[in-house]
Design a protein around this ligand. Structure first.
Ligand SMILES: CC(C)(COP(=O)(O)OP(=O)(O)OC[C@H]1O[C@@H](n2cnc3c(N)ncnc32)[C@H](O)[C@@H]1OP(=O)(O)O)[C@@H](O)C(=O)NCCC(=O)NCCS
Length: 169
């Protein structure tokens, strides 16, 4: 296989993404809802990891809401997990949010999904709290996680001489 590369989603990727959705999630996005999101939703950004010749290994999506990027999906094809592709696509999503001047990124993840939580913690996300009985299929809680960029991106000159943030004066 050629070296996988990250690129924006294309409409012809949707059947493969839908098949991965069905393999990964109890409540998968339909093909129509994915197509609608990438065609009509001006705040949606989806990336894919292309293994060459359009083979989709992983994908991730988010919505820009004011200055917050809300992650709506992250998945790696079941045959291609544990090879760093989840981290690769998620880091690309983070970079895209930062390039678009988002102040922070947020997401929800099932309380039981330790693998995804480990990925997000490894990418600098922190736990905020739980949305109780959030998922309709089994009423599982959602853990809310976030990463704030605004403080990471503050230029050095934004510090007062005594080291205090300028906004704290
Ligand atoms: C979560 C998911 C995207 C991770 O993708 P992946 O390609 O297997 O993960 P990577 O190989 O890039 O590993 C990234 C991190 O995930 C964690 N991880 C991966 N596999 C793991 C495992 N078997 N056990 C525990 N942690 C694991 C580790 O923290 C790893 O970081 P490290 O390599 O520095 O230890 C993938 O398991 C998936 O698609 N799951 C089903 C869909 C899903 O749950 N999506 C998230 C919805 S919120």
């Amino acid at each position: 296989m050629a070296e996988p590369f990250v690129r924006p989603i294309r409409e012809e990727d949707v059947p493969q993404i839908h098949a991965i959705e069905q393999a990964c999630f109890p409540m998968p996005w339909s093909e129509a809802s994915i197509l609608h999101d990438i065609r009509e939703n001006v705040v949606a950004r989806w990336l894919v990891l292309d293994g060459g010749e359009g083979q989709i290994l992983a994908y991730a999506g988010m919505w820009f809401v004011l200055d917050e990027a809300h992650v709506c999906n992250v998945a790696v094809h079941p045959d291609w997990r544990g090879r760093g592709y989840g981290r690769r696509i998620f880091e690309a999503l983070i970079a895209l949010a930062q390039e678009n001047s988002m102040a922070m990124m947020t997401l929800e993840v099932r309380r039981s999904n330790a693998v995804a939580q480990a990925l997000y913690h490894g990418c600098g996300f922190l736990d905020v709290g739980y949305r109780k009985r959030y998922y309709e299929d089994n009423r599982e809680d959602a853990l809310i996680m976030y990463r704030e960029f605004s403080c990471e991106n503050a230029p050095d000159g934004d510090q007062a001489e005594d080291g205090a943030p300028s906004g704290a004066k």
